[in-house]
Write a protein that binds this ligand. Structure first.
Ligand code: FDP
Length: 378
């Protein structure tokens, strides 16, 4: 793939990105000090878009890096700006669903054996096009492609982008929120191809998602807190709207496909019964990004347990569970698969599935306690 020169101004994140120190830790509670103009709060702060004080995602990344990594070369921020461009293209298509011929099946199945929607195909092409052309990309891994796509095997190819271009795509045709999820890994020296991608989640350099809902929101972490940006349609830019996001320690809802609960392992059923007996409500959209976004803002827990149909869980470790786990932990929450921290799982294949329990810290601790007791008793 031919790439245009994409170097950004000095001060953006390049070789010295954060995100390398998550081994063995559940929650990273580090607060990140931004310049006063951005105003950090101990709790998530909502910004009303004030035209005199707009902070775009690009400005925000540059400002973070200027403070922390003054010698950085800009490759990393260029990657993130490739992602934001792709997601703006995707959201523009989604907003025209029903007007243009973009709803329905594309007539093929993807590597997961799932029917590909036309928008799945478009979203995949948009990310491949926008991110693949950026300098420093070594490999791209998409839910929609069986094999990793090699972009640059030279030492300049430093980063691996792993993504689900359109998550929750079975909801597209019925006007329910969908999303894009991505994770950025550093390519280990002299390692190429699939084995370069098979890294534990704690090695992620950055992760994020976009939820195409009543508004379009971009949420990301580079290991220094979680920040949310709302697409301002008038100017076509993602504008800072949630600074230093923190997930509430508890919520009052759980989110799972209860239709499968008869086939959940006992510990998951015990945990659900426990929450019901404490008066919890249920909220399940069936679009992971949308369900997670609600939990990030309001607290609670999302579960996709092993089921009879999917004994290893349904969700994908590398481009669904890991990026959301990184964001959850950075916001003070947790993410586990049974008794194991999601970000400690060593992947054995790029499309590996995993069970997932993710959400507020206290909720996941409750689950972990019940699950561990069941394992000891078994
Ligand atoms: P979808 O199949 O519509 O793409 O991983 C994909 C996903 O949606 C998640 O977004 C969602 O949380 C989950 O699957 C829904 O699965 P169920 O239909 O089995 O509940």
């Amino acid at each position: 793939m031919r790439r245009p020169s994409a170097r950004l101004s000095r001060g953006s994140l390049g070789d010295q990105e954060p995100g390398q120190d998550y081994r063995g830790r559940f929650a990273n509670e580090k607060d990140f000090a931004l310049k006063p103009a951005l105003c950090v709060a101990p709790q998530t702060q909502c910004y009303s878009a004030n035209e005199h004080m707009l902070v775009t995602v690009q400005q925000h990344i540059l400002q973070q890096q200027e403070d922390q990594f003054p010698a950085a070369r800009g490759n990393f921020s260029s990657l993130l700006s490739g992602m934001t461009l792709a997601t703006k293209m995707i959201q523009a298509k989604i907003r025209r669903a029903g007007l243009a011929d973009i709803l329905g099946s594309a007539g093929a199945t993807n590597v997961q054996g799932e029917a590909q929607q036309k928008l799945d195909v478009y979203a995949n092409q948009a990310v491949l096009h926008c991110v693949g052309a950026r300098e420093s990309v070594a490999l791209l891994v998409s839910e929609e492609n069986e094999e990793p796509i090699t972009i640059d095997q030279s030492p300049e190819g430093k980063y691996i982008i792993v993504f689900d271009p359109l998550d929750g795509s079975s909801n597209i045709d019925v006007n329910v929120s969908v999303g894009t999820i991505f994770s950025i890994l550093r390519r280990p020296d002299d390692v190429h191809g699939e084995s370069a991608v098979l890294q534990e989640g704690w090695k992620q350099v950055a992760a994020g998602y976009v939820v195409y809902g009543s508004s379009t929101i971009f949420v990301y972490t580079a290991g220094q807190g979680v920040f949310g940006f709302t697409l301002e349609p008038e100017i076509g830019a993602f504008v800072l709207s949630f600074a230093n996001m923190k997930m509430p320690m508890r919520g009052n809802t759980y989110s799972t496909n209860e239709a499968y609960s008869d086939t959940f392992p006992d510990s998951y059923r015990t945990y659900l019964n426990n929450m019901r007996s404490r008066g919890y409500g249920s909220r399940y959209i069936g679009s992971l990004v949308a369900d997670f976004h609600r939990i990030l803002l309001k607290g609670g827990v999302f579960l996709y347990p092993p089921t009879k149909k999917n004994p290893h869980g349904k969700l994908r470790l590398l481009y669904e569970a890991n990026p959301l786990a990184f964001i959850a932990e950075q916001a003070g929450g947790q993410a586990v698969a049974g008794s194991q921290r999601i970000m400690d799982i060593k992947p054995s294949s790029i499309h590996q599935r995993t069970p997932l329990v993710i959400g507020s810290r206290e909720e996941v601790i409750d689950f972990h306690r019940i699950h561990s007791a069941a394992s000891v008793g078994a």
